[in-house]
Design a protein around this ligand. Structure first.
Ligand code: UN1
Length: 508
C-alpha cells in the first residue's frame, strides 16, 4: 500500500499522541496502528499519560481565557480558514480515514466533506449566536438573554467517524468562544493527529492550544477528562456501556455531558411504498460503512403484503455488493474494524439462529481473493417472524433483521420497542401514514425520516437521539446552545425599584 500521502498530513512513522500547542514528548507507552484493510502497520503513536493530559488541559484552558474575548465573527474567520484547509486536504483525509478505519473511500471522502460542511455552518453561526429580549413586567426595566463561552469542551470520539464527529463539536465550540480537548478512539488516532495538525497550522502559535489533543487510554486520560473541573462540557460518542460510565461521572461534579450512544434504527416499509427507493435506502443504511454507523439500519419492518418481494430484491442486491479493499472504487463493503467486531458478528448470527431467526443471505466471514488479514464479513439478512431478543441489541456489523408488520400502528409500536432511540424512517406514498410516523404518537427517535433511510444525515439538522442513545444533540440547528452558558439579565433604567410579582417589601 502506498502511504506517501500520509506525509502531506504530517503523519510520520512515530507520532506524538499529545498536543498542547506543541507536540509533547509523552510517557504513556507506544501504540502500533494497523490498518483494518490488511493488518499492515501504518504508524505508531506515543500515548499520553495522566500528566500529559494535565498539560493539555491547562494549555487549552489558558487559550480559552484569551479566545473568549475575541468577537465571535473574528473567531469565525479562523474557522473559515480551517474549513478551507479541510477542503485543501479533502482527498488525503478521506484516504486516511479509509486506511485507518476501513470504510470505503467514497464514505471516507464523505466524512471529510462533513468536516468542511460543519466548518462552513460554524462560520455563518459566528454571526448568529442570537440571544433574546424579553418583555419585563416591571416599568422602565429591560430583560434579555445572552450566550457566553463556557470553557474547554472535551470531545471523546469513536472509531467509526474518526474525524467528522470531532469536527461537529470542535467547529461549533470554537466559534462559541471555547477551546477543545480531544480524546479520540485508540483505533483511529492518526486521523486525529492529521486533523489537529491542519487546525494548528491555521490557528498559528497563538491559538493552536485551542485544539488540544490527548491520545491515551480510558483509565488514565479518559478518567482525567471526566473528572477535570476545567472541562465543563464533555461530548462523548460511543457505546451505551460507555455512556453509563461517562454520564453519571460527569454529573457527579455537575459537569455537562452531551451523549451520542447506540442506535437500533428501523426502516418501516408500508405496502404502498416505492420499493425501488426502499431497496436502495436499505442497502446504503444496512451495508454502508459495513454496518458500523450509529445510524445504520438494523431492523426492517415490512408490511406482510410486500415482505417477500422486498426481501427477494434485497437478497439480489446483497449478492452483488462487492466485499474487499475499501480503497478499490468497486468495493461497497470494507472490513470491520477488528477481529473483536467480527466475533461479535459471529455471536449475533449464532444467537439469532438459536432464537428462531432464519439467515436469508450472508451470515459468514467473507472469503476474499488473495489472503487478507482483515475482518471481512458478509452483509447479512435475518428473517424473524417476531421480535427476537437479539433484535433489541446493537451489534456493530452489517446484520439486518427483517420483521413483518400488518399496519402502520404496529410498525410504530415495534419501531419504538427497543432501548435505543436514534434514527428511524418510513417508506410510504400515503401522507396519512407518513405524518402519523412523524407525529407525537409516531417514532420516538431523535431522527425520523420519510422515504429516505436512517443514515447519512446532513450536518444542518440537530443530530442525536433519545432513551439509551443518550439525549444529546450536536451538529446543526441550535445545538450550539449546549456549548455556551445562558445568562438572563434584567436592567432597571428607571428611578424606582419595583419588585417582581408585585411584592411590597418595607416602606415602598
Ligand atoms: C455516527 O455514526 O456516529 O448520519 C455518526 C450519519 C452520519 C453521522 C453518523 N452523518 O450517518
Amino acid at each position: 500500500m502506498k502511504l506517501d500521502f500520509l506525509k502531506d498530513l504530517g503523519i510520520e512513522a512515530s507520532n506524538s499522541g499529545a498536543f498542547d500547542g506543541k507536540w509533547l514528548k509523552t510517557r504513556g507507552g507506544e501504540l502500533v496502528i494497523k490498518s483494518p484493510i490488511d493488518g499492515s502497520v501504518i504508524g505508531t503513536v506515543q500515548l499520553a499519560s495522566a500528566a500529559d493530559y494535565s498539560r493539555c488541559s491547562h494549555a487549552a484552558h489558558e487559550a480559552f481565557l484569551r479566545w473568549r474575548e475575541l468577537p465571535a465573527p473574528k473567531r469565525g474567520e479562523y474557522v473559515r480558514q480551517i474549513g478551507n484547509a479541510f477542503r485543501h486536504y479533502k482527498e488525503q483525509l478521506g484516504k486516511l480515514v479509509t486506511l485507518e478505519m476501513g470504510k470505503i473511500l467514497q464514505e471516507g471522502l464523505g466524512e471529510a466533506q462533513e468536516c468542511i460542511d460543519i466548518a462552513d455552518f460554524a462560520v455563518g453561526l459566528s454571526r448568529q449566536l442570537y440571544g433574546l429580549t424579553i418583555a419585563s413586567e416591571r416599568q422602565n426595566h429591560s430583560m434579555r438573554e445572552t450566550w457566553h463561552p463556557i470553557g474547554t469542551v472535551g470531545v471523546i470520539t469513536a472509531f467509526n467517524f474518526p474525524i467528522a464527529v470531532w469536527a461537529w463539536n470542535s467547529m461549533l465550540a470554537l466559534v462559541c468562544g471555547n477551546s477543545c480537548l480531544w480524546k479520540p478512539s485508540l483505533k483511529t488516532p492518526l486521523s486525529a493527529i492529521a486533523m489537529t495538525r491542519i487546525c494548528a497550522e491555521v490557528l498559528g502559535k497563538e491559538w493552536a492550544p485551542l485544539v488540544a489533543l490527548c491520545i491515551g487510554n480510558d483509565v488514565e486520560v479518559g478518567a482525567a477528562m471526566l473528572d477535570d473541573p476545567s472541562v465543563p462540557l464533555v461530548s462523548a460518542t460511543g457505546s451505551t456501556r460507555m455512556g453509563r460510565i461517562v454520564g453519571p461521572r460527569i454529573a457527579q461534579r455537575f459537569g455537562r455531558s452531551l451523549l451520542e450512544l447506540g442506535g437500533n434504527n428501523a426502516i418501516v416499509v408500508m405496502e404502498d411504498a416505492d420499493l425501488d427507493l426502499a431497496v436502495r435506502a436499505t442497502v446504503f443504511g444496512a451495508v454502508g460503512t459495513a454496518g458500523q454507523r450509529c445510524t445504520t439500519t438494523r431492523r426492517l419492518l415490512v408490511h406482510e403484503q410486500v415482505i417477500d418481494d422486498l426481501t427477494a430484491r434485497l437478497v439480489k442486491v446483497y449478492g452483488q455488493c462487492r466485499i474487499g479493499n475499501p480503497l478499490d472504487a468497486k468495493t461497497l463493503v470494507g472490513p470491520l474494524i477488528d477481529e473483536g467486531a467480527a466475533l461479535a458478528f459471529d455471536r449475533a448470527i449464532a444467537t439469532a439462529k438459536e432464537q428462531g431467526g432464519k439467515v436469508v443471505c450472508g451470515g459468514k466471514r467473507a472469503k476474499l481473493k488473495g489472503s487478507s488479514k482483515g475482518a471481512y464479513v458478509e452483509p447479512t439478512i435475518v428473517r424473524c417472524e417476531s421480535v427476537l431478543p437479539i433484535v433489541k441489541e446493537e451489534t456493530f456489523a452489517p446484520i439486518l433483521y427483517v420483521i413483518p408488520i400488518r399496519s402502520v400502528e404496529a410498525a410504530i409500536e415495534l419501531n419504538n420497542d427497543v432501548p435505543q432511540g436514534l434514527s428511524s424512517s418510513i417508506f410510504t406514498a400515503d401522507i396519512r401514514k407518513a405524518e402519523r410516523f412523524l407525529s407525537t404518537i409516531g417514532s420516538d427517535c431523535g431522527i425520523a425520516n420519510v422515504n429516505i433511510g436512517t443514515s447519512g444525515a446532513e450536518i444542518g439538522g440537530a443530530f442525536g437521539g433519545e432513551k439509551e442513545t443518550g439525549g444529546g444533540r450536536e451538529s446543526g440547528s441550535d445545538s450550539w446552545k449546549v456549548y455556551m452558558r445562558r445568562q438572563t439579565s434584567t436592567v432597571n433604567w428607571g428611578t424606582a425599584l419595583p419588585l417582581a410579582q408585585g411584592i411590597k417589601f418595607g416602606d415602598d
